[in-house]
Design a protein around this ligand. Structure first.
Ligand code: BGC
Length: 722
């Protein structure tokens, strides 16, 4: 049960000066200072735009040291830090806060622990392909145990931004294109991060992000505008954030983007009416990095002062890195532009989470010994391997070329096959290349006969002595994640050239993809007989891929994001409405002249080394929910796990509905020849939508129900809902 700290919060808040209150709303990160006169960000820009060379940048970085703003801290002007992930520094700063500030209020340390701290697990998009809430919670627990040992109190995760546009770089950070999957993923993460009791030393608060609809940025370009009907917002984008709040998440980060013209950072409707009033959230709202100040560039605030005013009034508690609150709140309060009671609410939110985390009782929640003993424990590594294996999606396997027979001689190509540092993908700040296992490492340790060439040198020579060729291609970790949108999401030219050259040798080619987003790979699909989608799988990348290649693991992952057949199809997602002219053979239908209407690989799709059939679909109306029963049979020769998906369609409603909506799923282990009845439940409450006037309408009428192993290949039955 949540403990009530309101009395203590009030008492403490009453003792605080205006400056101390404002200090609690200030979150800063360590700044880099060195023999350069511009900010670190500017320096980075200078390197990117060529004003200085990479060598010059590195030389300057060599002179850099971190400035932790200790003087401000001592003066009570800092309430929390972002980006400190080591026990020694955290404790050193905490000591200043506790022992040297007037009121001794402990610091809150936030950090981006997105998919593991040292034990880096697959990127969220990959892990979502396991369709496995137990796994999601387990990996979050590992992340929390390690991160808290390094002094972290709050993670800026989970990210539950539904993402339907593969061009957006941050698709890698969420659970794909579906609201239900993101909801279940987010809730499992919150439970794993926060544990049973937030006050325990190995629990960290979850900061759900980015409220809201950051994934709906126009054209997949990062930070771009979001212009959405309220109906779509409520049906397709808001449910996952709400699910995380319901699961107990204690913090929320508003998104960079605007929604229908009002940036989320100053959006009172979103932060007060929806989040606090409608959803009953009483936790902490933390701005995204510099987001308050960016309201000036959005064109909604005159200057930083105006942005600070709007943000506080809208319900933004903490200012991450923009110094807008620290510079202007005092003046705004003293002039009466902001009532002090509003400021007090924000301060109380900060104090509340600090109480809940047990920081007043145990401000030093870790030490260097615990930190050292916690990282990369054997049991954590086992979970990382399990997660990597379950995340892999087998996209193509013609003539059963996979699994490879023991003793198969391999020719391995592509830099990604040996580059350990690339395996962890975007947003893995604590990752170290030496912790990671590449494909080449795994082959070596397991005495597989192989020859390796990063760039294709000696290609013919290697091919001549190999039975099968492996092409490790895809994206570098910098090519997905924040600020990594791409307009062309096809395979890079040099990758495709390598694959063509391998194919020309006449030896069978297996492509292993390492990437952070769905790619448009029609040519690859035409060229090679087998494709293994490994994503950025984390520290056990190589082992997991090797296990799949040799059939030690039977792949079971299924796509949580549609793979387009052409980059120009984006945004491409399964839950679209039909239009009056659904794409078909006739010219005057909704389609492209130069690309198919169908995706290359549909949502929910993924192959296995065994085969499954579906039979006996039955629907039964229960009291509060619809019961869907289906028999799944393993008709092949290998044991495996099948992910069964249930979709519905409301074919005649007051607002057009998607052709399919995922409503339930289950993962079933099946031995060869075994059949099991899978029962899926769909709450009647979930069978509805918002009408034109934003009233929730429970659906009545004919309902089509689809069940199968992906969204395209399903059994179908209808029933009448009344
Ligand atoms: C990202 C957030 C992240 C924050 C703090 C921002 O640039 O958008 O997702 O949590 O930085 O590092």
């Amino acid at each position: 049960m949540k403990k009530d700290y309101e009395k203590q919060i009030q008492e403490l808040r009453k003792q605080m000066t205006l400056e101390e209150k404002i200090g609690q709303l200030q979150q800063c990160g360590p700044s880099l200072v060195g023999a350069f006169e511009v900010s670190f960000e500017e320096l980075l820009d200078m390197m990117f735009d060529g004003r200085i060379t990479k060598e010059e940048f590195e030389r300057l970085m060599g002179t850099a040291r971190q400035d932790f703003h200790e003087e401000d801290l001592r003066a009570g002007k800092v309430g929390s830090y972002n980006g400190i992930g080591d026990a020694a520094t955290a404790n050193r700063l905490q000591k200043i806060a506790v022992e040297e500030t007037r009121l001794g209020i402990p610091l809150l340390f936030g950090y981006d622990v997105i998919h593991g701290f040292r034990t880096v697990t697959p990127i969220p998009l990959a892990e979502s392909c396991a369709w496995d809430p137990t796994l999601w919670e387990k990996t979050a627990r590992v992340a929390a145990e390690e991160a808290t040992a390094a002094g972290v109190h709050m993670t800026f995760a989970p990210m539950v931004d539904v993402a339907k546009d593969a061009r957006w770089g941050r698709v890698s950070e969420g659970a794909g294109e579906d609201a239900l999957l993101n909801s279940m993923y987010g809730a499992a993460k919150v439970k794993g991060f926060q544990g049973e009791d937030l006050a325990k030393e190995d629990s960290m608060a979850a900061c759900v992000k980015h409220l809201a609809a950051y994934g709906a940025g126009e054209a997949g370009r990062d930070y771009n505008r979001v212009d959405l009907s309220l109906q779509r917002l409520w049906e397709e984008y808001l449910p996952p954030y709400k699910a995380c709040i319901d699961a107990g998440a204690r913090a929320v980060m508003p998104a960079f983007n605007d929604i229908n013209g009002v940036p989320c950072s100053v959006n009172a409707w979103l932060l007060r009416d929806v989040l606090r009033k409608k959803w009953g959230f009483d936790g902490l709202v933390v701005s995204d990095s510099n987001a308050i100040a960016e309201c000036v560039s959005h064109g909604i605030a005159q200057d930083k002062k105006d942005a600070a005013r709007q943000a506080v009034l809208a319900g933004m508690d903490l200012d991450m890195s923009s110094n807008s609150y620290s510079a202007h709140l005092k003046e705004l309060i003293e002039s009466g532009e902001i009532p002090e009671s509003i400021l007090d609410e924000a301060v109380e939110d900060v104090l509340r989470i600090k109480f809940e985390l047990g920081l007043f009782e145990h401000p030093y929640q870790t030490n260097e010994t615990r930190e050292q003993n916690t990282m990369l424990k054997l049991e954590y590594r086992a979970i990382a391997l399990e997660a990597a294996e379950k995340s892999i999606v087998l996209l193509k396997n013609e003539d059963h070329i996979l699994p490879l027979k023991p003793g198969t001689k391999l020719g391995v190509f592509g830099a990604l096959a040996a580059d350990r540092g690339q395996m962890t993908g975007a947003w893995a700040i604590g990752a170290r290349p030496e912790d990671c296992i590449s494909i080449v490492d795994a082959l070596k340790t397991n005495n597989v006969q192989y020859q390796y060439s990063a760039d294709g040198t000696d290609l013919s020579k290697i091919a001549a002595v190999s039975d099968v060729l492996i092409a490790a291609v895809g994206e570098m970790k910098e090519e997905s994640g924040e600020a990594a949108s791409r307009a062309d999401i096809t395979l890079k030219q040099e990758d495709m050239e390598l694959v063509r050259a391998l194919k020309a040798t006449g030896k069978p080619v297996v492509a292993v993809l390492f990437n952070g987003r769905p790619l448009a790979i029609p040519e690859l699909d035409r060229t090679v007989p087998a494709i293994v989608e490994a994503w950025h799988p984390g520290i056990y990348a190589g082992s997991a891929v090797m296990h799949v290649l040799f059939g030690i693991t039977n792949p079971s992952g299924k796509l949580t994001t549609t793979f387009p057949a052409a980059a120009g199809q984006c945004p491409m997602y399964y839950a679209h409405p039909n239009t009056g002219r659904p794409g078909g053979k006739s010219k005057f239908t909704s389609k492209y002249l130069d690309a198919p209407t169908e995706p290359l690989y549909p949502f929910g799709y993924g192959l296995s080394y065994t085969d499954y059939t579906y039979e006996d679909l039955e629907l039964e109306k229960g009291k509060d929910s619809l019961l869907v029963r289906v028999t799944v049979r393993n008709t092949g020769k290998k044991a495996g796990e099948e992910i069964t998906q249930c979709y519905v369609q409301m074919p005649c409603a007051k607002r057009v509905r998607p052709v399919r909506e995922l409503k339930a799923f289950a993962k079933t282990a099946l031995k060869p020849g075994e059949a099991r009845q899978v029962v899926l439940e769909i709450a009647y409450d979930s069978l509805g939508y918002y009408d034109w006037d934003m009233n929730w309408v429970s659906y009545e009428g004919k309902l089509n129900v689809f069940v199968g192993g992906n969204v395209r290949d399903t059994l179908e039955k209808e029933l009448l809902l009344r």
